[in-house]
Each structure stands twice: as C-alpha cells, then as structure tokens.
Design a protein around this ligand. Structure first.
Ligand code: 2M8
Length: 420
C-alpha cells in the first residue's frame, strides 16, 4: 500500500535528495544505498554525476574519477568498484580481480555495465563549462569505448554484447530468461545466503556460475567469443553506448581530438541496431541461439536515445511506449516489462516495477526528439513517485508504492535533475 508521506515542495524535495547523496558518500564514492549496496556501482555513479552536475560539480567530478580508478588496462570499466571493506556477495574474493594483470590496484568486479559515462561527462561539461575536467576524463572513456568495440563485438556487426545479466543493469529482466534456461543443466553449487535473501526469486546460482566461468577463463575476450554460453546484444546497453559516442564526438574538440571516430561508431551502432534488433519494436538478440528475444521491456526503448533514429521507428516505438502495453495502462511511468507479457510481475525488481533511472533515460529520449508532452509526462510521473514514496529503489507501476531499498542514490540524484 502507498505510504503516507507529508507533502513536500520542490525546494524541500531537492534538499532531501542532496541529503541522501551526502549520506551515501563514503569519502571515495557514492554507494547506491547504505547496507544493501555498500560499494560503488558503475552506472549508478554515472547517474549520480548527472544529478550532481548543477548542484555539486566538485562532488560529481570526484565521483567519476573515483569510479575510473577501477578501470582495467583493457579499458573495461567494471560494474562494481570495492572501495570499502563492507561485505557484499559476490565480493572481491569471488571476482579475484587482483589475480588479473590488467586489473587496477583497487579491487573490482570482472564484469562491465551500461556505458553511460560519456553522456555523464558531457552533461557535466554542459552544466559547468569545465573543459579541464573533460581533458582529464576523456582518455579513459575513449579506452572504455575501444574495449567495447574490440572485446565485446561478439556478433561482429558493431554492437557490444553483454555476457552476464548483471552487465545489463536490469538483472532479472525477462529478456534473459531463455538464455539462462539454456545454460547446461548441471549442479551449479553456488548457493549463497546473502544473495538468496537479497533476491529470493532470482536464478542466482546460474548467475554466479556464469560469472565464475568467465573469471576462471581469465576474463579473456577469446573465451567470450568462442565459449561463453551467454552473449546478448541488448538495445538499452547499445542505445546508451550510442548516446555516449555522440557525447564523446561533441567533447572531442575540447581535447583537440578528432570527433569523426566517435560519430562513425555511433553510426555503426545505429545501423546494427536497425538491422539486428528491430522487428516492430527493439528486442535483445541472443547471439548463442541467433534469435531475437521476443519480450518487450523498458530496455527496448534504449535506441530512442539516438537523435538520428529513423522517424518510422521512432513513431512505432513511441506508440508502443504510450500504449496499454506500457504507460497507457499504469498510473505511473514506466513499467520495466510490458504488462501483457506473461513474465510481467509488478512486485519483482526488473520484471515489472518502475525505476527512476529508466524513466530519466526515456525522458532524455523524449527531449532529444522534441516530444514535449511525453517528456513532461515522464517528468511529472517520476516526481510524483518520489514525492509520494520517497527515494526508493523502484516503485509499483500501478499504485506508485515504493519497493526495494530506501535512500537510493540514483533516485535522489535524478530527482535533482528533474526538479531543475
Ligand atoms: C542491481 O544489481 C546488483 C548486481 O550488480 C544486485 O542485484 O545486487 C541492479 O539494479 C543494477 O542496475 C544496479 O546498478 C545495482 C546497484 O544499484 O543493483
């Protein structure tokens, strides 16, 4: 049921959001939420940079640099950077990053996450005009993009493949069900109490097994290409990458670099998404079965971040988004899975609930396509969620009640941006 919260005006909501981010700052980075997520997560940090760009540019800069301390020599930006000693499963003992020559001194996971950092750096520049900081962070992001283009183009068509559900940021999305079910039927032997408590419903043994296979292969790109059983081209991951490539093209002149390679990369991603992921809606492609995964999730709208998206696809995708399959049927934006899908579950994490970060990304997409009414609807609906239920991790899309943990950093950070 909806929790009663005293009415707060914009200024008070903004102050609350800043207080949450202050409390979640550890001195070296912002944790997604106290307790449950006690380290620094990659795309969470990028959202924090975006939210703090106007209000605390100093902190936004520190946040990004702190995350980039975890970057591997391969260019890979890991999905978790462990700055603190607090327990979390799977922690450093599982990832064993220190045994890999390419890993930095700071302990990290061995997977990556949606590459939102180019867009976050552009956002920060746009609000601060701080070209010196762009010069500082730009090379690391070039390396990140080169890593994706070389080690992750497992389909050979210009898209980056995720090799684990955790890399999507939408861990238990129905989009990964088939690929997980197709994993070899073995006794995985990776039961973990902490993970079971955190995600009672998820297939976590397979998740850990998959991560361990990759680790035991030395996090090698050759293994990913030839043997790893999970490889998926995800429209949200690639839509975000495309947006970051475009951001890097705009930033390039500030560092006296050539924008063309970034623009060409964006063009390659756009073409490949059209050719490989579009079928009336964007779907993820399973590279191991070479099939589209025909469930429409909030990730299906990632390509809308591209201002160059062809008009017919834009219109068709927006029609789906506004229809009774998504926003047209729920009181609040945007369910993480289409509600008519059998896998839809309003109570389960990335299988139904609404999230502030994906709402923000879709609002950004609406802005780049001058879809003012849609943008306003996403802004108002998202602010209504946090006003009523607080900075929760996610929300019931029908009644707006909060789910998951409280004082969640990206919910607070992006609220700051929505209030601006
Ligand atoms: C969730 O993912 C972690 C694993 O990385 C988990 O389930 O414990 C996801 O919502 C992901 O998108 C997010 O980055 C992370 C931290 O907020 O939590």
């Amino acid at each position: 049921m909806m929790e009663a919260r005293p009415a707060v005006d914009d200024a008070a909501l903004g102050r609350e959001a800043l207080a949450v981010l202050e409390a979640n700052w550890t001195g070296t980075g912002t944790v997604p939420a106290p307790g449950l997520y006690p380290h620094q997560w990659s795309w969470d940090s990028a959202f924090v940079v975006i939210g703090l760009a106007r209000h605390r540019p100093d902190r936004a800069r520190d946040e990004l640099l702190s995350l980039l301390r975890g970057q591997w020599a391969t260019g890979m930006v890991p999905h978790i950077v462990f700055h603190t000693r607090e327990a979390y499963f799977p922690g450093p003992a599982v990832w064993r990053s220190q045994e890999n020559d390419a890993a930095p001194k700071v302990l990290t996971s061995g997977l990556t996450a949606p590459p939102l950092h180019g867009l976050a750096l552009w956002w920060l520049y746009r609000h601060t005009g701080d070209a010196a900081f762009v010069r500082k962070a730009y090379p690391a992001l070039v390396a990140q993009h080169e890593y994706l283009a070389s080690a992750r183009d497992l389909g050979g068509a210009g898209l980056a493949a995720i090799v684990h559900p955790w890399e999507s940021g939408m861990d238990d999305s129905p989009a990964w069900d088939q690929a997980l079910a197709a994993l070899p039927a073995i006794r995985y032997g990776y039961r973990n109490v902490e993970l079971e408590e955190r995600r009672p419903d998820s297939d976590h043994e397979r998740y850990v097994w998959l991560a361990m296979r990759y680790r035991d292969a030395g996090y090698s790109p050759g293994y990913l290409r030839d043997e790893h059983p999970f490889a998926i081209e995800d429209p949200m991951f690639n839509g975000i990458w495309l947006a970051s490539c475009q951001a890097m093209a705009e930033l390039a002149p500030l560092v006296h670099a050539d924008p063309a390679p970034h623009a060409e990369q964006a063009e390659r991603i756009r073409q490949a998404m059209i050719e490989r992921l579009w079928d009336g809606c964007y779907y993820a492609r399973d590279l191991r079965s070479d099939q589209l995964i025909k469930v429409c999730t909030v990730g299906s709208f990632g390509p809308l971040l591209d201002p160059g998206l062809p008009g017919d696809q834009l219109n068709a995708a927006v029609e789906v988004l506004e229809s009774a399959r998504f926003m047209g049927a729920t009181g609040y934006p945007v369910p993480s899975c289409e509600i008519r899908a059998t896998q839809f579950d309003r109570t389960r994490y990335w299988r139904g609930p609404s999230w502030v970060n994906t709402n923000w990304l879709l609002r950004r997409a609406a802005i780049v396509h001058s879809l003012d009414r849609l943008g306003q609807q996403l802004t108002n609906g998202t602010l209504r969620l946090v006003r009523q239920a607080g900075f929760r991790e996610c929300f019931d899309p029908f009644d707006g009640s909060g789910r998951g943990c409280r004082d969640f950093s990206w919910s607070a950070a992006l609220t700051l941006d929505l209030l601006a």
